[in-house]
Design a protein around this ligand. Structure first.
Ligand SMILES: [Zn+2]
Ligand SMILES: [Zn+2]
Length: 273
């Protein structure tokens, strides 16, 4: 590698490390940090694509490599790099990734011109998707192994951002925490139902109250709506219990009815034994 290539890669890694640190600060409750995560991520993407072009030939980093005298102040843009890559083989940078790159460019522009309106969930989701697409590109088309190059302190964030499952899980946990904080249990009401429960399907504390659900709860991670721990009232006498404690009676007209120990007749059966 030439010096220029090394500089590009080193600077790209520095920007990525900054982006990861700012993303983490954002997730730790400092929403403004996402603004800087966007700026650093945009810089990382630009540099890493330029590095990829420079690795083909060092002169390709300049706008006019065929000029009589190369102007070394004029270098290619991210879009020049992407066009080059797609001219080599169509859709190497997919239309979907290009769309996310356009989004990143617009957002960076808005931030730089102080027109930025933060939509945190959108920013988080798009940064995650874009980062995973760029990673996939680097894995398939370059020898760069980002994981071995980034600082140890950013490794956890790297894992969350690079793995769709981990990313989804962290997002669901955040939403569940926020939901619980916004819906405190009324302690003077003995029948008050908790805002959040453990989901028996995926094992995460992400089962929260949901009006659309027939059980009154839905998991933010796996969308499960059932569980022995879900508060449920007996359909006959109305006593508060849980799904697991009640008997589910199949109705003639379809569906189920939940009955408590007494209303199901179990009490009388046990007594007669
Ligand atoms: Zn779940
Ligand atoms: Zn009952």
């Amino acid at each position: 590698m030439t010096t220029h290539e090394l500089d590009l890669l080193e600077n790209a890694i520095d920007s990525l490390a900054e982006a990861l640190a700012k993303f983490e600060a954002g997730d730790d409750g400092e929403p403004k940090a996402f603004k800087f995560a966007v700026l650093h991520m945009a810089h990382f993407v630009e540099l890493v694509f330029k590095h990829h072009i420079a690795s083909k030939h060092p002169l390709l980093i300049y706008k006019e490599p065929f000029a009589a005298k190369v102007d070394r102040n004029k270098t290619i843009t991210l879009w020049d790099a992407i066009n080059f890559i797609n001219n080599e083989a169509a859709d190497t940078v997919s239309p979907a990734l290009k769309k996310d790159l356009e989004w990143l460019k617009r957002l960076r522009n808005d931030i730089e011109h102080h027109k930025f309106r933060m939509d945190v969930p959108e920013v988080r989701a798009t940064i995650g998707r874009l980062f995973r697409s760029v990673l996939e590109f680097l894995e398939n088309h370059t020898d760069i192994e980002l994981e071995s190059l980034i600082p140890e302190s950013t490794m956890e964030t790297f894992q969350v951002l690079s793995d769709e499952y981990e990313f989804k899980l962290r997002t669901a946990l955040q939403e569940a925490e926020a939901f619980e904080a916004a819906h405190p249990v009324e302690h003077h009401d003995p029948d008050a139902r908790p805002a959040r429960l453990d989901c028996e399907n995926c094992g995460n504390p992400t089962l929260v109250q949901n009006d659309q659900s027939s059980t009154g709860y839905r998991c933010l991670f796996c969308e499960n709506e059932n569980g022995d721990n879900i508060p449920t009232a007996c359909d006959i006498c109305g006593v508060e219990s849980t799904q697991g404690e009640l008997d589910a009676w199949e109705l003639d007209e379809g569906g189920y009815e939940y009955r408590c120990y007494y209303c199901s007749g179990r009490y009388h059966l046990d007594k007669d034994d």
